[in-house]
Design a protein around this ligand. Structure first.
Ligand SMILES: NC(=O)c1ccc[n+]([C@@H]2O[C@H](COP(=O)([O-])OP(=O)(O)OC[C@H]3O[C@@H](n4cnc5c(N)ncnc54)[C@H](O)[C@@H]3O)[C@@H](O)[C@H]2O)c1
Ligand SMILES: *[C@@H]1O[C@H](CO)[C@@H](O)[C@H](O)[C@H]1NC(C)=O
Length: 320
């Protein structure tokens, strides 16, 4: 059974999600956290989340909710977490010093075949792993939050990562219901956040320049671009908006270039513009003290969207 165990280090938001995803694929998951209270809270939270997934018909895999829950255990001992695991997913806070410290400890406890995977959103794989004996087994698996409903996950190897680590990581993530994407070079922000920050940068400039209000800017995404982006990317959008990509280029390349040239240099989001955006979002999404309510509103929509996509994909499969 040892080949089927996964160790999860850190039992916050992301560690809990990974534990559930791995358990849904039939793996035995052992979670470790330096805060024993966190692991206890994690177990309770996972119980509730699995119940809600079952209620919504979104439980992944073929095991029952109880079987998935029973395959997740917690420990207050790092060695117990990583012992005999073939795959380790680290989900500790986003700080290079903490990540390095944790991985240095794990490095001493594992054999040569184990896969060492980090959830980092922005730290580069070479920076975290350069001092490790097993740095050739290191990789980043950066999920999209919340991973249960946003399955895309960026897989970022370092230059020294063994090819079989990439391949096996893809297998584990796919089995767990995720959609891995290979990031072929280490660049800051990987791909998801580079795209996200390009959008934020331009939206900020448009508001600062008085072109659009923050609410209307969000409406352009939520009632416009975002509807298509829920099931296809900018390239397929362009392909379908013309007679294929080359025709799209012929028609729009000059205009795209001219507009891109008018974008201007990046600006720090701060000051009166940021305050104005905050005030707008208070009107749109409610005051910060009630933010939990609006998060539930968001999650309800994400769940419905996940269901819709699953049903439509199943229809496509059946039609093939
Ligand atoms: N939250 C997101 O939206 C999101 C999305 C993708 C990736 N990530 C990445 O996932 C990682 C974890 O983020 P999170 O949101 O779950 O954070 P979190 O703060 O919710 O959880 C971190 C957990 O790590 C524990 N911890 C701290 N030091 C530790 C140590 N030395 N050993 C073991 N456990 C330790 C903490 O007690 C806490 O339970 C970060 O690198 C983050 O950038 C987060
Ligand atoms: C997870 O639980 C199920 C049912 O309880 C079991 O059949 C399966 O083997 C378990 N996975 C592991 C790795 O033990």
């Amino acid at each position: 059974m040892s080949a089927k165990k996964i160790g999860v280090i850190g039992s916050g938001l992301i560690g809990r999600s990974f534990a559930m995803l791995f358990a849904s694929a039939g793996y035995k998951v052992v979670i470790f956290d330096i805060e024993p209270a966190q692991t206890r809270a994690a177990k309770e939270d996972i119980r509730e989340q699995l119940a809600s997934l079952e209620k919504n018909g979104l439980l992944k895999g073929s095991l029952s909710r109880q079987q998935q829950f029973d395959n997740i255990s917690t420990t207050e001992n790092l060695e117990e977490c990583v012992k005999n695991a073939f795959f380790i997913q680290e989900c500790v806070p986003e700080r290079l010093d903490i990540k390095r410290k944790v991985w240095a400890q794990v490095d001493k406890l594992v054999g040569d075949d184990v896969i060492l995977s980090s959830s980092t959103s922005a730290l580069l794989p070479s920076a975290i792993s350069e001092g490790l004996t097993h740095k050739n087994r290191f990789i980043i698996s950066h999920p999209t939050n919340p991973p249960f409903y946003c399955p895309a996950i960026e897989v970022v190897p370092a230059g020294w990562t063994d090819p079989d680590v990439i391949e096996k990581t893809f297998t584990v993530l796919k089995e767990s219901g995720l959609v891995p994407v290979l990031i072929k070079k280490e660049v800051p922000g990987f791909v998801l956040n580079r795209i996200q920050y390009a959008i934020i940068g331009e939206c900020y400039r448009l508001i600062k320049d008085g072109v659009v209000s923050p609410e209307d800017c969000d409406t352009i995404m939520s009632q416009g671009l975002g509807l298509r982006y829920a099931f296809m990317g900018p390239w397929e959008t362009g392909y379908l908006n013309a007679e294929g990509m080359l025709s799209y280029g012929e028609r729009y390349a000059d205009m795209i270039l001219d507009i891109q040239k008018s974008f201007g240099p990046p600006e720090r989001i701060e000051g009166p513009t940021l305050q104005a955006i905050h005030a707008s979002m208070e009107r749109l999404a409610g005051p910060v003290q009630d933010i939990q309510k609006r998060r539930q509103w968001r999650d309800k929509r994400l769940i419905a969207l996940a269901k819709l996509k699953r049903d439509l994909d199943a229809e496509d499969q059946a039609g093939k």
